[in-house]
Design a protein around this ligand. Sequence first.
Ligand SMILES: Cc1cc2nc3c(=O)[nH]c(=O)nc-3n(C[C@H](O)[C@H](O)[C@H](O)COP(=O)(O)OP(=O)(O)OC[C@H]3O[C@@H](n4cnc5c(N)ncnc54)[C@H](O)[C@@H]3O)c2cc1C
Length: 385
Amino acid sequence: MTAKEHHEEIRSAVRDLCSRYPDAYWRRIDEANGYPEEFVKALTDAGWLAALIPDAYGGSGLGITEASVILEEVNRSGGNSGACHAQMYIMGTLLRHGSEEQKKTYLPKIASGELRLQSFGVTEPNTGTDTTRLRTTAVRKGDRYVVNGQKVFISRVQHSDLMTLLVRTTPLDQVKKKSEGMSVLLVDLREAIGRGITVRPIRTMMNHETNELFIDDLEVPAENLIGEEGKGFRYILDGMNAERILIAAECIGDGYWFVDRAAAYAKERVVFGRPIGQNQGVQFPIARVYVNIEAANLMRFRAAEKFDHGKPCGAEANMAKLLAADASWEAGNVAIQTHGGFGFAAEYDIERKFRETRLYQVAPISTNLILSYVAEHVLGLPRSY
Ligand SMILES: Cc1cc2nc3c(=O)[nH]c(=O)nc-3n(C[C@H](O)[C@H](O)[C@H](O)COP(=O)(O)OP(=O)(O)OC[C@H]3O[C@@H](n4cnc5c(N)ncnc54)[C@H](O)[C@@H]3O)c2cc1C
């Protein structure tokens, strides 16, 4: 079977699963600000969220290319991968840097869905994108770490059993480089919530479970340190390319969905005695966003190919994320415009997807920071911050 045929097989199976969760399902969940439990369970039971876990640990050992096809199809079907995409990639920190014992303990259960590892705590209210200044500290006391601090916008905490947490283990003024002295801890949320972690949900413009975390004397067993103490920032950076490629694919799925909806509506809606899509003022914006989505898609596959071949892909992963997030946002805007007043009506789902795809201009990395990366690391311009 060629790679393309394999991708088609994945697409068709995921599409089939998603067809059981139509627009009305997502609309109902959105209106209730709920969590798509049934959908996530179906996706987990079918093994799709274990795509990146090697066979030896109970996953399907697929590459990032295939994983990205899975999430693209979810968003292309009108769904929202943001509810569960992190179950696919957060385990990468454990896989790449965890001990054999940790991997044997956790990965098979993550693959089966028995354990949900879909929360990662990096962002803090006072330091934002300037991650190396984070203030959450972990102090080693015998066989435990005692953690204190605060995190913000930490997603899916209420639908996770485990969370990876980035903390400072050596104070900033005692390290040579500011990227040193941070560590990743695996926190068992089932024990920690109410015993060291207080969760305050944050209501956002789209339906996305995200939270503020207050951490007071949280005790984490020292054996839950992932990799070496002090190297956590590098471990987190390692996972970012995978995350960017996957989110680019989700945006591309959103983009194609918006274009399909806009084109279909433009063909059937008749005003002034002709389909609105006959007007160049209506068809050109749809054609233009389609062009942009196709271009972003090429960059996404280029980034994914390099990633799967173990080649450096920071530039491509960042560019794919930026192009795809821009294209999907623009496509959402065009879809609203094409639908006129109906673009604002919840029953058409355009406004819901528009709210959902807007996030990717800011998270997990904002557009400006991607441009800074390209300016500095690709073009050799002076670092601006
Ligand atoms: C719904 C949602 C879910 C999230 N989920 C998670 C999660 O699960 N885990 C997690 O750790 N984080 C999560 N985040 C946090 C997200 O990664 C951050 O919001 C994002 O990285 C931006 O950080 P900030 O909000 O602190 O913005 P800031 O760092 O305060 O930046 C604000 C604005 O200023 C711009 N800016 C800042 N510095 C510069 C500069 N030097 N040059 C140019 N522009 C600059 C930024 O681009 C941005 O537009 C989530 C956020 C949201 C909204």
